[in-house]
Design a protein around this ligand. Structure first.
Ligand SMILES: Cc1ncc(COP(=O)(O)O)c(C=O)c1O
Length: 372
């Protein structure tokens, strides 16, 4: 069997046909970031998520950065961020001159919850970035209620959760902003790309200016912006990928079921918990080893069977040198995150894996785990 990586983009004939048309036309991008493919992708994406607006940008980090820029934050305003996430969630806070206030996670879902936020909130807290890690939605209602009461913005980092649902609502439709990534490993891709969803028309207008140098009209800059425009090629791919997303998600869910069936009674490994109100998007099928010292052994043995795995994330952000230097963390501050970083392991469930391969991954993982 060929090597099976932990994730892989699924692109086909449809994408190739569409982008060759654009290449032939020469209209690769639009000077204001509002080309016909971008507008079409934004419309279908906002419909899918259920928000009034969707603003396409050129990556997920730019989506988060734009959301913060739109809030007119002041130096040293505080933004609460879970420490157990990808670095982009926190680095954008520094880019807008604010303070990253890290918080811990709930060990069941590896997500931030209200109790983590309550421990860190101050008079200076202006926003909370909730990350739907691995594709499992955050328990948002208590957070939204708390934030409304305190007049704090809620930014959903949905980079890993296209198609996840919280009760009957799409992740990315509940907070002030939803920030998506279309990096190739994600549930749908545009190569590099991002999207911000929002129901706030005033902020949506600002976001459209931010992605194009803060221009209200051509060559008239009224606020600080960037070049965060999504190219037409990416938008064309994105629109086709969005049509395929339902099928991708069904396949991921079925693949996750095969792993659940094989691993549910294996003593050495915990399978992912899905809360009753959650529809998991299965960006990553993340297990949790009871004995973290066995993780490397499992990774090596699976690799020998041509099965790829991933550790997301082996270092919580507060222990990254950048943040240690800034804020003086030594370890021991966020115990659930530090523990998770040593014990989590993600297995492949991407839609391109067929049933036979998936059963092979499940059987081998079970066999190795039983022998650990
Ligand atoms: C949780 C999270 N936030 C933000 C990002 C940033 O997205 P991008 O890589 O498109 O900039 C990613 C993806 O890599 C992510 O996983």
């Amino acid at each position: 069997m060929d090597f099976i990586p932990v994730n892989k983009p699924m692109l086909g004939k449809e994408e190739t046909t569409e982008i060759s048309k654009i290449i032939q036309s020469g209209a690769l991008t639009h000077k204001e970031g509002k080309g016909k493919y971008v507008l079409k992708f934004e419309e279908s994406f906002s419909k899918f998520i259920g928000t009034k607006h969707a603003i396409a940008v050129n990556n997920g980090t730019a989506a988060l950065h734009s959301a913060l820029l739109a809030l007119d934050l002041k130096p040293n305003d505080e933004i609460i961020v879970p420490t157990f996430t990808f670095v982009a969630t926190a680095e954008v806070v520094l880019h807008v001159g604010c303070k990253v206030v890290f918080t811990d996670i709930n060990p069941r879902t590896f997500n931030i919850d209200l109790s983590n936020i309550q421990k860190k909130v101050t008079e200076r807290t202006k926003a909370i970035i909730t990350v739907h890690l691995y594709g499992h939605p955050v328990d948002l209602n208590p957070i939204l209620e708390f934030a409304k009461d305190k007049e704090i913005f809620v930014i959903e980092d949905v980079a890993q959760a296209h198609g996840a649902k919280y009760y009957d609502k799409m992740a990315g439709s509940l907070g002030d902003f939803g920030c998506f990534s279309f990096y190739p490993s994600k549930n749908m891709t545009t190569g590099e790309g991002g999207m911000i969803t929002t129901n706030n028309s005033e902020l949506a207008e600002k976001l459209r200016m931010i992605r194009n140098h803060g221009e209200s009209e051509e060559y008239k800059t009224i606020m600080l912006g960037h070049n965060f425009r999504m190219p037409e090629l990416s938008a064309a791919i994105g629109d086709i990928q969005l049509k395929k997303l339902k099928d991708f998600l069904n396949k991921r869910t079925n693949n996750a079921k095969i792993l659940n069936n094989a691993l549910q009674n294996v003593e050495s490994i915990n399978i992912p918990i899905v809360e009753k109100w959650a529809t998991h998007a299965w960006y990553l099928y993340t297990t949790n080893l009871k004995d973290p010292n066995k993780r490397n052994d499992l990774i090596t043995k699976l690799r020998e069977e041509n099965i790829g795995t991933g550790v997301y994330y082996s270092t919580p952000l507060h222990l990254m040198p950048l943040f240690q230097k800034l804020y003086g963390f030594k370890g021991g501050e966020f115990l659930n995150s530090e523990k998770a970083s040593k014990s989590v392991l993600s297995l492949p469930v991407y839609p391109g894996i067929n049933k036979e391969e998936m059963q092979f991954i499940a059987n081998k993982t079970r066999e190795i785990c039983l022998s650990l």
